[in-house]
Design a protein around this ligand. Structure first.
Ligand code: NDP
Length: 330
């Protein structure tokens, strides 16, 4: 069985007297700084001198140049993964470097001369704060990449607990496992789901169904979103009772029709590019070149025509529906 840590496995006293640096004050950084401080840790913020530093000061933190984080005992880098390797931080040998994602450790982009732990929230940045305030916490992936002091696990667990990441449970994973899973969801699963949706739209449009109705089924009604919420809350078997008998019969009797379709072949190829580090090298080259392909892809796939189409559709359907559901000011 995979080990799962809970709050009872962590002791905040592992961080007694330790200065905790939150480096970066963006999506994750702000939530981390506020949660760790509210849990009683001695937090300082290290960020570039711009609007994010102003926000940190407005939130009551002392904010410093990033380089100065080198003096801290625990250094949490809440900075985009492609930027972390270039940070001007030289940690003390007995420091703990905490990552919010396994990426840079998994692909050898950093190898500092100190302990390295990972507390990776399975939650968007601002929600890390909301879930903490609501007292429900969130699931995390927690692991140790390097332990020179013998305290890496105790300190990483304490950070995870102070963040709110042990309330629901922290799944033990190595940074490499976390990075592979994370990248596979983005590069293997998401494109496959996009392809399935695209084929479905084309099929239905070809059958004469209005595009507005097809998009309503896929997105605008919120039905699929709510079905996934039921799946999370009640499981596959539990949520099935909310579907009509016709729907239940249709779904289950046709479930094996796609068995012969070998999506796994493409999936394996994509996974091997992640595992071998080929994607990480490609992404480094893309960053070094100033993101030319990312810009091209954004222009191709998220261009003005597509944005205008979605905006028009939402104005005529989705947004109106959402307002009615939420109880609008009329
Ligand atoms: P953001 O893009 O929100 O964070 C940006 C922060 O990094 C800002 O403080 C920004 O400073 C700083 N920054 C950006 N570029 C530089 C640079 N060149 N030099 C110095 N500082 C820089 O990132 P996230 O919070 O989304 O991600 C942080 C970490 O959390 C990553 O490791 C990510 O993988 C992980 N993570 C993110 C999740 C998410 O939902 N977003 C979920 C789980 C983990 P400034 O404002 O001054 O530009």
């Amino acid at each position: 069985m995979t080990k799962i840590y809970y709050e009872s496995d962590a002791d905040l006293s592992a961080l007694d007297g330790q200065r905790v640096a939150v480096v970066g004050y963006g999506n994750q950084g702000r939530s981390w700084a506020l949660n760790l401080r509210d849990s009683g840790l001695a937090v300082q913020v290290f960020t570039q001198a711009d609007a994010s530093r102003d926000q940190a000061v407005a939130d009551g933190f002392t904010a410093h140049e990033i380089e100065a984080a080198s003096e801290s005992d625990v250094i949490c880098t809440l900075i985009p993964d492609d930027v972390i390797p270039a940070l001007p931080i030289t940690p003390k040998p007995n420091a703990l470097w905490v990552l919010a994602s396994g990426y840079v450790a998994a692909f050898g982009r950093i190898d500092p001369d100190c302990d390295v732990g990972m507390v990776a929230p399975r939650m968007l940045g601002p929600e890390v704060r909301e879930c903490y305030l609501e007292g429900v916490g969130f699931i995390t992936a927690l692991g140790i990449e390097k332990d020179s002091t013998g305290t890496a696990l105790a300190r990483t667990l304490a950070v995870g607990r102070a963040l709110g990441g042990l309330r629901q449970g922290a799944i033990v994973m190595t940074p490499r496992q976390e990075a592979i899973l994370d990248l596979a969801v983005e590069q293997v699963l998401a494109p496959a789901m996009g392809r399935v949706s695209g084929s479905f739209v084309a099929l239905m449009a070809g059958a004469g169904i209005p595009l507005e109705a097809i998009m309503t089924e896929l997105m605008l009604s919120g039905e699929i979103e709510r079905s996934y919420r039921l799946l999370r809350r009640e499981g596959y078997a539990g949520q099935m009772r909310y579907h009509s008998p016709t729907s239940q019969y249709g779904q289950m009797s046709r479930a094996d029709r796609y068995d012969g379709l070998d999506v796994a072949a493409v999936m394996r190829e994509l996974l091997s590019e992640i595992e071998s580090g080929k994607f990480a090298d490609e992404w480094d080259a893309e960053c070094d070149a100033g993101y030319p392909n990312l810009q091209r892809l954004r222009a191709e796939k998220l261009g003005p025509e597509f944005v205008a189409f979605e905006k028009d559709l939402r104005a005529r359907l989705g947004e109106q529906v959402a307002r009615r559901v939420e109880g609008p000011a009329r």
